[in-house]
Design a protein around this ligand. Structure first.
Ligand SMILES: *Cc1c(COP(=O)(O)O)cnc(C)c1O
Length: 491
């Protein structure tokens, strides 16, 4: 990390030292990183999506006393890779069906690399006009992609958790104004409570956001959602009991089953609520249904929501970490996050500053990766990806239904299949244990990766399809992995 010495002449710095000193000092470590990455990506489709790793195994290799003296940058990079390799999963590859996990398209990955190389601070227009304007352009493109009206303000976030947080912060701001105070300015202490209603299937990240915002993880009023989707009769009856302003959290894409709350009906209830209501939609992956004419009905009228959260690192297939939020009324979003400081205030005619609509001040240039991804694949590319993914899920769900000893636990309207192993003559406890063992066996087998869950009280297995590389052959390998694991456990 030697500094570049000034020659005293500016031109010399550019002419001589940049060529002679600066460029080579970046060149070597970047070439080494490129070589490691290229080899990794060349094998991505055949690398095991998961492997058995003992907790603590990598810790000793990676940690210990802080190095007293340094080594060459390229050596640091390759040393890390060698030591960490046993713990690297091919989760960006085509057979990682766990959680809801996207990969990275080539354009998205290249854009992400470039974002690190040019290292812009995307918080302020003044620190990077390119980053601020790219973020605005990307938000416009995303609104067009998801058919969200142009009037919505937006922000690029680190993921759907922060997108939920930003949307719910705007909601909290709106509700506090109705109750006669300003939540961001005054805090919540001693104020009337702000009520949140959702269903039993509200995502853990929305709870986390509500906890962070002082609205309480466990204060959510939960309506029943028998198949993952809100029972709207019960929902309407519960909502009617809430006198004041209320925040409704709707799920567009429930994480275990891909089920959708009827957002259009929730919007109608919002309009009629006497105390006023704000409709926030968690569409982390489900919002992507609106890209396809075949599946648009699932998110019908999502544009009537007040705020919408989604992920980019899932179905948009950009690298971690990226998400985005849209809020119809810019003012509560700005009021929640705008910070004043003399050194940050560029003047009355200043252009838009991303940080005034986001939790962070300094922030990574995440919009670049998304810009490259959307520019390279276009709307049609993403429509194709969404439809292919849902077709894979539907084919897998049909296979589950046909297969003796397997059972679909819920309809699979989108890209997630929730199922379980169900041998005849077993007891409920046996079944739960069996399903957990099958998940572990599939994960350790290294052919395909799925994750377990508990759905309506039963241990279950879920597979999510949203990687651009996944083919029909990968789905067949997943089926074989399930069959093999069941055989292995039953033996
Ligand atoms: C993944 C997910 C989230 C959280 O997103 P992160 O990107 O992990 O922050 C929120 N809601 C739903 C429905 C999700 O699937």
């Amino acid at each position: 990390m030697k500094s570049v010495e000034h020659s005293g002449q500016e031109n010399n710095l550019l002419d001589n030292q940049f060529d002679a000193v600066v460029a080579p000092s970046f060149d070597k470590p970047l070439s080494v990183a490129h070589k490691i990455a290229a080899d990794f990506l060349a094998d991505l489709a055949i690398r095991p999506p998961g492997r058995a790793v003992t907790p603590g195994l990598l810790h000793a290799a990676l940690g210990g006393p802080i190095p007293e003296t340094g080594i060459a940058a390229e050596d640091a990079v390759s040393e890390w890779f060698t030591k960490a390799d046993p713990g690297i999963f091919a989760s960006a590859g085509p057979r990682f069906f766990g959680f809801v996990t996207g990969g990275s398209t080539p354009a998205a990955l290249a854009g992400d690399w470039l974002a690190s190389a040019i290292d812009q601070n995307a918080g302020l227009w003044l620190s990077s006009p390119a980053a601020a304007e790219t973020e605005l352009a990307v938000l416009d493109w995303l609104k067009q992609l998801f058919r969200i009206p142009n009037e919505f303000a937006g922000s690029i976030t680190t993921g759907a958790t922060m997108a939920n947080l930003a949307g719910l912060a705007a909601a909290r701001q709106w509700a506090s104004a109705r109750l006669g105070f300003d939540a961001a300015r005054d805090g919540l202490g001693g104020r009337p409570p702000i009520t949140v209603i959702s269903t039993t299937e509200i995502h853990a990240s929305a709870r986390k956001a509500l906890g962070t915002l002082g609205l309480g993880r466990n204060q959510v009023i939960e309506a029943p959602a028998p198949n993952g989707s809100a029972d709207m009769t019960a929902f309407a009856a519960t909502l009617a009991q809430i006198p004041g302003p209320v925040i409704i959290v709707g799920n567009a894409g429930e994480v275990n089953t891909g089920a959708f709350d009827p957002i259009d009906e929730m919007a109608r209830l919002r309009d009629r609520h006497p105390g006023g209501a704000w409709l926030h939609v968690d569409g982390a992956f489900g919002l992507f249904a609106s890209i396809s004419p075949r599946f648009q009905h699932l998110t019908a009228e999502v544009e009537r929501a007040d705020s919408i959260a989604a992920d980019a690192h899932k179905w948009l297939n950009v690298p971690y970490d990226a998400g985005f939020v849209f809020v119809r009324d810019r003012e509560p979003l700005r009021a929640a996050f705008a910070a004043r400081a003399a050194y940050l205030t560029p003047g009355p005619d200043a252009p838009w500053d991303p940080h005034s609509h986001a939790p962070e001040m300094s922030r990574r240039f995440r919009a670049l990766s998304i810009w490259c991804a959307l520019r390279a694949d276009g709307r049609s590319g993403y429509q194709d990806l969404v439809e292919r993914s849902i077709d894979h899920a539907a084919n897998f769900a049909r296979w589950v239904e046909r297969e003796p000893g397997l059972e679909l636990l819920a309809p699979a309207p989108l890209n997630i299949v929730c199922f379980r192993v169900f041998p005849s003559g077993s007891t409920a406890t046996d079944e739960d244990r069996l399903n957990r063992e099958v998940v572990a066996a599939i994960q350790a087998g290294g052919q395909a990766f799925v994750t377990g869950t508990v759905w309506k009280g039963q241990c279950a297995i879920r597979a999510a399809f949203d990687n651009w590389m996944t083919t029909a052959t990968d789905v067949e390998i997943l089926q074989a992995a399930v069959t093999d694991a069941v055989d292995q456990i039953s033996r």
